[in-house]
Write a protein that binds this ligand. Structure first.
Ligand code: KIV
Length: 272
């Protein structure tokens, strides 16, 4: 089916739940700035996540741990300015929702009120239930995130697949049901076996959004710089590269450097 961006209505959390019910796949990507968000939104993406992957992709850190609430507010404001159709969801960074449910609630409120986000996302199961309850009771839509949760990298010790042992698989299923009960409108499933993602998807009425979780989720999400081939090093098997932007940019910049050094840019037509 072709997407006609100009006729698209603003995506809501309700609409995503209806899309699951009608078997319509949900296409999600990350975004961190206005110019990119405008392109992704115009091309028909349903959900734009201002992910705390901004720490890796934009800030150059090895993990998402250093990202702050102020960073997320800044990047969300830029994305929101450019988006007309997609639902904008903002990640709550490490230590902005783990200390107390009250603090989590206040910080989620800032992302909605100051940044203009349409929803927040936080990682974890049992330990975030009270915070999720408090937010959803007050009208703050929450996207949950289970499986590989990058903010816990120092606890896991690696970015390996999660939910492989029976115990972990059972915990993920139990957490998904509890998060739906607490009011979450969607659940990201990261790097878990496709068979487990299919089971979770069948267990809950809210959509599951997979990243490295196989084809049976209700939607998919990728980090936009990964799917565009911006990096030469990061090539996990769950990322399909839809372009080779690293090569395109390198060629373009080499041409520019050569033109400047060869005195062929700018020409008279490019001058005033
Ligand atoms: O921060 C992020 O980009 C994410 C997605 C990978 C789901 O959490």
């Amino acid at each position: 089916m072709s997407v006609t961006p100009t006729t698209r209505k603003r995506v809501t959390t309700r609409r995503l739940i209806d899309m699951k019910a009608s078997g319509t796949p949900i296409a999600c990507l990350t975004a961190y700035d206005a110019i990119t968000a405008g392109i992704l939104d115009g091309a028909g993406v349903d959900v734009l996540l201002v992910g705390d992957s901004v720490g890796n992709v934009v800030q150059g850190h090895d993990t998402t741990i250093p990202v702050t609430l102020e960073h997320m507010i800044y990047h969300t404001q830029a994305v929101v300015r450019a988006v007309e159709h997609a639902l904008v969801v903002t990640d709550m960074p490490f230590m902005t929702y783990q200390v107390t449910p009250q603090e989590a609630f206040r910080n989620a409120g800032r992302l909605m009120k100051e940044a203009g986000s349409g929803a927040v996302k936080l990682e974890g199961g049992q330990r975030v239930l009270e915070a999720v309850h408090m937010m959803t009771d007050s009208g703050i839509p929450v996207m949950a995130h289970l499986g590989l949760t990058p903010q816990s990298i120092h606890q896991f010790g690696s970015y390996k697949e999660r939910g492989v042992s029976q115990q972990e698989a059972d915990d993920i299923k139990r957490d998904a049901i509890a998060l739906e009960k607490a009011g979450a409108f969607a659940i990201v499933l990261e790097k878990i076996p496709a068979s487990l993602a299919a089971e979770v998807t069948a267990l809950v009425r809210v959509p599951t959004i997979g990243i490295g979780a196989g084809p049976n989720c209700d939607g998919q999400i990728l980090v936009w710089t990964d799917m565009m081939g911006m990096s030469t090093e990061f090539r996990p098997r769950f990322v399909r590269r839809y372009a080779e932007i690293h090569d395109v940019m390198t060629r373009a910049v080499r041409s520019y450097v050569s033109d400047v050094k060869g005195h062929t840019f700018p020409t008279d037509e490019e001058s005033y």
